[in-house]
Design a protein. Structure first.
Length: 250
């Protein structure tokens, strides 16, 4: 039951996150107007707003102009549905589950915007660091806040140093995104997310260069990898943190 509830909530949230990815970089309001076709701007009918089902109802094309609707939309909705179902069925509506779900939602939007526009807007990171610290107050009192301040400083500081040394390999958006992750997951969770991001980023980079899709000089946005590492850490923290930090006993 919690799984189904989680899945439904996740698809609705996923649908909203899709709107955020589209509208935030364009400076548009997230609430008005209602969802529309980006080509002919016809508003979607209520039934078409239903996550996943809406896409099936219109067979992936705008009812008015026939413009193809990106399959990313239903995939994002289904993906968020699965993530929410997984976390809520494992943890219930707890502070720790809410912590993971808020962070995953932010990570998804940051990844989507960075992938398309090669930028992570400050609005996706800076104010939410405060939210991360406040959730820490609920989960662990003052000590909880303190461990998250440490996480924020350690993760943001590490990427800041890497950005200086690598001269452009990582940008300000990546620094703030990792600081955000640290403010939600603390030092261990944050660094684990970053290390997973680097491993996946390196593998994908090598594959893209080997296939000739990208050259060595091309910049590949790192935000999506940070987000992926963060999502993996949120879901499999008990499995991955001991693998990344084997000398720590749990
Ligand atoms: Zn249209």
């Amino acid at each position: 039951m919690l799984k189904l509830t989680g899945f439904i909530i996740g698809t609705v949230v996923g649908s909203f996150l899709g709107v955020c990815i589209h509208r935030i970089p364009r400076g548009e309001s997230l609430i008005m107007p209602r969802s529309y076709c980006p080509k002919c701007r016809a508003e979607l009918r209520p039934a078409e707003l239903i996550p996943i089902i809406g896409y099936i109802l219109i067979w992936g094309r705008c009812r008015h102009c026939g413009e193809r609707v990106s399959p990313w939309h239903p995939l994002l909705e289904a993906g968020c549905g699965l993530l929410f179902a997984k976390i809520l069925s494992a943890q219930g509506f707890t502070v720790s589950a809410i912590n993971s779900l808020v962070l995953i939602s932010l990570a998804v939007v940051a990844a989507g915007i960075d992938f398309r526009h090669k930028i992570i807007p400050d609005i996706m990171t800076l104010p939410w660091m405060v939210v991360g610290l406040v959730i820490g107050l609920f989960s662990g009192g003052i000590q909880g806040v303190f461990s998250r301040v440490l996480g924020l400083a350690a993760c943001g500081g590490l990427v800041f140093l890497i950005a200086i040394v690598s001269r452009g390999g990582m940008g300000g958006g990546d620094i703030k995104l990792m600081a955000l992750v640290g403010s939600f997951l603390g030092v261990l969770g944050g660094l684990t997310s970053f290390i997973i991001a680097c491993i996946i980023g390196a593998i994908v980079g090598v594959i893209l260069i080997a296939l000739g899709i990208k050259s060595r000089r091309d910049e590949i946005p790192f935000g999506p990898f940070i987000s992926l590492g963060t999502i993996i850490t949120c879901i499999f923290s008990e499995q991955v943190i001991p693998v990344i930090f084997p000398w720590l006993r749990f």
